[in-house]
Design a protein around this ligand. Structure first.
Ligand code: PMP
Length: 426
């Protein structure tokens, strides 16, 4: 089982057998409210009819088309619909099958772009401490989660990391963006001075770091990264695998923070989590560098058997239609205040040392037990599951990201379940 306490799971497995709207059904017939949109992906809720129907219809009509040297209309249509909702300036799309693949694709596009422009000395990639960019070698190299890196050898060379912006002593219990830490963006200038800009291809950050515990940047931080990267001819990549498709109450994190990167990495919510698919958006400048660059770039030597798969494309189109019809890409903004107040009502509950929120995402950080990291949060997870609520934990942090269709009363229910779970911890 991936990212699972396997020994514990083997003793008492937890199984879902069905799902509809906000709820899962367990193998023993219990209803469980989905407090995490699956894994931050089922933004429109489960078993949405339009998506279910589109998948069946597409499977009967055109089940598969080769991704190389052949096209099919649905993939192009989906690319256009993604561009319609993306920030101005990001207008070309490459399809992948996951967030991890989207990350690798983005890193390779960045390196190949500089080469196409005759600037092949730009080989360095800059990530961030506590960043999560999936599990493939590029992603764990630019990522900054120690447990995901330490067992896997030397990783990519030529990688450096910015510091993260999480600062408990200064920013605990901030509502929305924390006040302190904007100056940490200037660490990029230090890295540029150390390596020289002419060796740096790209900087990759999550607008809001999700899997590492919902770390929200201070106001102005991403703008500053944008200024510094632009000044030095370095590409800025936003990994929007979590923040994309409405999670922050805007279509993308780039919209929330009003900063447009050169490359945007997406997946998860693109198909409502129903079919594996990712999409990498790039600027016209990057696209044009490949289309008009040296002859050896006549092909972009990268791609997957299932890139732009017809059934995934149909699911993506139906998902984006559902988001549009139901206003889900901005619903997080409508619920943000209720969500924030509900989450912060947990201040003062046992073990809670910080609460963070933005859009329809939240985190509750617990005081770690020395030598037993994750223990308290995992115990809360098990208790919430017993009560009929799915929450997620990462280390000593409880992360919440319900489907964007959640009602205000369900928000109250979910937070009360977390309150009970916190009180149940030994
Ligand atoms: N990037 C980010 C920011 C993510 O949150 C995730 C998944 N949580 C990934 C990449 C990897 O996505 P996947 O699991 O689909 O490979």
């Amino acid at each position: 089982m991936p990212f699972t306490a396997n020994r514990q799971f083997k003793k008492s497995p937890r199984m879902f057998v069905a799902a509809k709207d906000m709820h899962y059904t367990t193998s023993d017939g219990r209803q469980v409210l989905d407090g995490t949109a699956g894994l931050w992906c089922v933004n429109a809720g489960h078993a949405r009819p339009k998506i279910v129907e589109a998948i069946g219809k597409q499977a009967a009509e055109l089940d598969y088309a080769p991704a190389f040297q052949m096209g099919h209309p649905k993939a192009f249509e989906l690319a256009n619909r993604i561009v319609d909702i993306a920030p101005d300036g990001l207008d070309h799309v490459l399809f992948t099958n996951s967030g991890s693949e989207s990350v690798e694709t983005a890193l390779k596009v960045a390196l190949a772009y500089h080469r196409a422009k005759g600037d092949g000395s730009r080989f360095r990639l800059i990530g961030r401490e506590r960043g999560y960019h999936g599990v493939n070698f590029g992603g764990i190299s630019v990522g900054g989660i120690v447990s995901n890196r330490k067992m896997f050898g030397t990783l990519l060379t030529g990688v450096d990391h910015l510091p993260h912006t999480h600062n408990l002593s200064k920013n605990a219990f901030s509502r929305g963006e924390p006040a302190n830490g904007v100056e940490l963006a200037d660490e990029l200038e230090r890295i540029v001075t150390l390596h020289d800009a002419s060796t740096i291809a790209a900087v990759i950050v999550e607008p809001v770091a999700g899997s590492t515990g919902v770390l929200i940047p201070p106001p102005g931080y991403l703008k500053r990264l944008r200024e510094i990267t632009k000044k030095h001819g370095i590409l800025l990549i936003f990994d929007e695998v979590i923040t994309g498709y409405g999670r922050l109450g805007t279509p993308f994190g780039a919209d929330y923070f009003d900063v447009v990167p050169d490359i945007m990495v997406t997946a998860k919510g693109l198909t409502n989590g129903v079919i594996p698919m990712g999409a990498v958006l790039v600027s016209a400048e990057i696209h044009d560098a490949f289309m008009t660059g040296p002859e050896h770039l006549i092909e972009f030597f990268h791609g997957y058997t299932y890139s732009g798969n017809p059934i995934a494309s149909a699911a993506g189109l139906a998902t984006l239609e559902t988001y549009k019809e139901e206003g889900l890409l901005t619903r997080g903004a409508e619920l943000a205040k209720v969500w924030e107040d509900a989450l912060h009502s947990l201040k003062g509950e046992p073990h809670v040392i910080d609460i963070r929120n933005i859009g329809l995402v939240g985190a509750i950080e617990l005081e770690p037990i020395a030598g037993q990291p994750t223990k308290r949060a995992f115990s809360a997870f098990l208790n919430a599951f017993e009560q009929g609520y799915l929450i997620r934990t990462t280390g000593d942090i409880i992360a919440l990201s319900p489907p964007l269709i959640i009602s205000e009363s369900q928000i109250g229910e979910l937070i009360d379940a977390v309150r009970k779970a916190l009180r149940s911890i030994d």
